[in-house]
Write a protein that binds this ligand. Sequence first.
Ligand SMILES: [Zn+2]
Length: 134
Amino acid sequence: MPYLGLPSGQRQRGIGESVTSARDLQRYKELLLEKQRELSSVQGDSGARVPAAGGLEGDLIEQANADEEAELQIRLHQTDGRLSRAIEEAIARIRQGTYGVCEVCKQPISKARLEAVPWARHCRECKEHEHSAG
Ligand SMILES: [Zn+2]
C-alpha cells in the first residue's frame, strides 16, 4: 500500500487530543448523507405543476390561492436549498478534518448539538449570540 506522505506542516494540531473521534465522524457523516438523500428525494418529487386555467371569472379566487401556495412551495425549497448546502459544507469539513469546531470561537461543538444538528457550524453559545442574524 503506497504511503501518501503529508507535508510536515499539516501535522500540528495544538493539543494532542483530537476534537472528534473517527468513529463519531463516521456517524455524523452518515447522518448528513441520510439527510441529504431525504432532501433530494423531496426535491425530485415535486415538479412544476401548473394548474390548467379555466376561462371562468370565479377562477380568480382559485388562482390567488394557487399563487399563494406556489409561493409557499418556493419558500420551502429555498430553505431546503440552504440546508442541503449546509450539509454539503459539513461533509467537506469532515474531509478536511475541521468538522465539529465552532467557526466563531474555535471551540469544539458539543456532541449533543452535533447529534441534533450534524451540519451545525457554530456552538450553541455563538449561535445564541447571533440570534438577530438568524
Ligand atoms: Zn462558538
